[in-house]
Design a protein. Structure first.
Length: 114
């Protein structure tokens, strides 16, 4: 609610200069962000903090994979991911943790622990 109130403040302040859209995440003048701006900001964040380059979307895969490995049931993960079909979640994520990937993932765990 505070977000919407802040937008209303900017709208009143800017008057006719405010671009009235129905978007939730907008710049202060009401204009929508460029399509790639969030991805570009994420890339800048990774560089600034010396982290390896990954796509923003990869965070979804990481989240689902970690949840699955931690024992969260597939239906719950599917719901959190917004998948309409549990089969989608199963096809995309369950193969990540078969035995062929365990060794590679342990390397990632060691890196993240440091």
């Amino acid at each position: 609610m505070a977000h919407k109130e802040k937008q209303k403040e900017y709208q009143e302040l800017l008057g006719a200069l405010y671009h009235d859209t129905d978007y939730v995440f907008i710049r202060d003048d009401g204009k929508p962000y460029r399509v790639n701006s969030v991805s570009e900001d994420f890339t800048d964040f990774l560089k600034k903090h010396g982290l390896p380059k990954i796509r923003l979307h990869d965070l979804r895969h990481t989240f689902a994979s970690v949840m699955y490995e931690a024992g969260v049931d597939l239906k719950a993960i599917s719901e959190m991911m917004g998948h309409s079909d549990i089969g989608t979640t199963s096809r995309i994520y369950t193969h990540f943790f078969d035995d062929t990937h365990k060794e590679k993932l342990s390397v990632m765990s060691k890196v993240l622990a440091n």
